[in-house]
Design a protein around this ligand. Structure first.
Ligand SMILES: [Cu+2]
Length: 153
């Protein structure tokens, strides 16, 4: 895909996301900033209040990244990996130990240098991990360190 098409698809995904958001008008919720680059993901806060949460993204890297959110008791560097097939070595997104928390529970395309993309979720108390699960050739972004965690209380 060309960069333009990918970006358009990302924007369509955001549109669907916002449209699906059913939070009542007037509930401000919490806003968090996620900053990505090679090879890290940083959140402006690791301790959030339950309810509506909007994550705003900045990709300061030279590469495209993605951002997945899963509820789990696992540490961010101990997530289950796919053990066979063409996805071998990536985080197993379908693992029963990782629970999706939205529809979608991720943002699939964060173009290099991008700002302004966001993800809205309604989160219950618990422990969450976020990670980038892209792999290009033998380069696995997750294994390079693109993961972190946060807690909702
Ligand atoms: Cu990445």
């Amino acid at each position: 895909m060309t960069g333009t098409v990918r970006k358009a698809l990302a924007l369509i995904a955001i549109g669907g996301l916002v449209g699906a958001c059913s939070s009542p008008a007037g509930s401000a919720g919490t806003t968090v900033t996620a900053t990505l680059k090679e090879w890290e993901i940083k959140l402006s806060s690791g301790d959030l209040k339950a309810g509506d949460i909007q994550i705003n993204f900045t990709n300061n890297g030279d590469k495209e990244h993605e951002f997945l959110v899963r509820k789990t008791d696992l540490a961010p560097d101990k997530l289950p990996l796919v053990t066979s097939g063409e996805d071998k070595g990536r985080v197993d997104e379908e693992s029963s130990q990782l629970t999706e928390v939205g529809n979608p529970s991720e943002i699939a395309v964060l173009p290099p240098g991008s700002t302004g993309l966001s993800l809205r979720l309604t989160l219950q108390p618990g422990h969450y991990v976020v990670f980038c699960n892209l792999h290009v050739n033998d380069l696995f972004h997750y294994k390079k360190g693109m993961h972190t965690e946060f807690t909702v209380t």
